[in-house]
Design a binder for this molecule. Structure first.
Ligand code: CP
Length: 305
């Protein structure tokens, strides 16, 4: 099934059939990944433009393109690009469209992806726009939930931490809202609660959610989605220091529970290392799932899947 759009900037573009088609293609991509390398995207070039730090998203996009037989151009850091000299995102896209067949861009400004698609002549993928959206992360999260829980409908999801600035929880909320009877517990201090753009979506769709500020009230769930308090989004560093370790998940809190623990990573103390050895710890498997999902997206947007 072809995707009904050229560029992916937000999970709000996706229908449930679109999301399910991407997960099915990702399953096929796992086979190519295990066999080493395919040639589906031979002759195609991905421009991976990362103007904000990244380990997983950049490297899994690059791995995905290489596994499909394509090539990669990488740009890291605004200071090493002509954006630093004042070139606009729109002009940058005009240029890069002439060098590459598909573009993935991370940028610190919310709305940068909307600017990029104004002038991109090739498929564009938002790899994170400030506190806005991170749709490919949400798709790999969805894939992980399906693999860890065996289903997506009828699940209880706790989202914990920085729900205000955490773009991954925004994108994942819109995506999970497409599924049946998914209930949310939103665990955050009052300074970092889920933004109105997400809660009004829940209200419009009749999706059930509770907002609490004690992690123990979120423990009755199938998936606990932990997040990092985002230092880079705070102007007041003392506020960050006060909030950064409000929620710390440790092994003793998970005793006897079947909950799958997820985190987009990096973690900076909010999941203790003693959780890593538990079967609940899904976060490193989750990071690995970024490769087949991004292989699927590259192939589908280039109309080769
Ligand atoms: N999850 C995620 O976006 O990680 P990176 O910032 O390392 O890409």
């Amino acid at each position: 099934m072809p995707l009904p759009f050229t560029h992916l900037i937000s999970t709000k573009q996706l229908s449930r059939p679109d999301a399910e088609a991407i997960l099915r293609v990702a399953d096929d991509m796992e086979k190519i990944r295990k066999s080493g390398k395919g040639d589906l995207l031979h002759g195609k070039i991905l421009a991976a433009l990362f103007y904000e730090p990244s380990t997983r998203t950049r490297m899994s996009f690059e791995t995905a393109m290489i596994r499909l037989g394509g090539d990669v151009l990488t740009a890291e850091g605004i200071q090493f690009s002509s954006l630093y000299k004042g070139e606009t995102i729109e002009d940058t896209m005009q240029m890069v469209s002439q060098y590459a067949d598909i573009i993935a861009m991370r940028h610190p400004a919310q709305g940068s992806a909307d600017l990029a698609i104004k002038t991109s002549k090739v498929p564009f993928i938002n790899a994170g726009d400030g506190p806005g959206q991170h749709p490919t992360q949400a798709l790999l999260d969805l894939y992980t939930i399906q693999k860890e829980c065996g289903k997506i409908d009828d699940l209880k999801i706790a989202m914990v931490g920085d729900l205000r600035y955490g773009r991954t929880v925004h994108s994942l909320s819109f995506l999970l809202g497409l599924f049946k009877n998914v209930k949310f517990t939103l665990v955050a201090p009052k300074e970092l609660t889920m933004p109105e753009k997400v809660t009004s979506f829940f209200d419009e769709k009749g999706i059930k959610y509770d907002q609490v500020d004690d992690i123990r009230e979120g423990m009755d769930c199938d998936v606990m989605y932990m997040t990092r308090v985002q230092q880079e989004r705070f102007t007041d560093k003392s506020e960050y220091e006060r909030l950064k370790l409000k929620y710390v998940l440790e092994a003793k809190l998970l005793k006897g529970k079947k909950v799958a623990v997820m985190h987009p990573l990096p973690r900076v103390g909010e999941i203790k290392e003693d959780v890593d050895a538990l079967p609940n710890a899904a976060y490193f498997r989750q990071a690995g799932n970024g490769v087949p999902i991004r292989m699927a997206l590259l192939a589908m947007l280039l109309k080769k899947a």
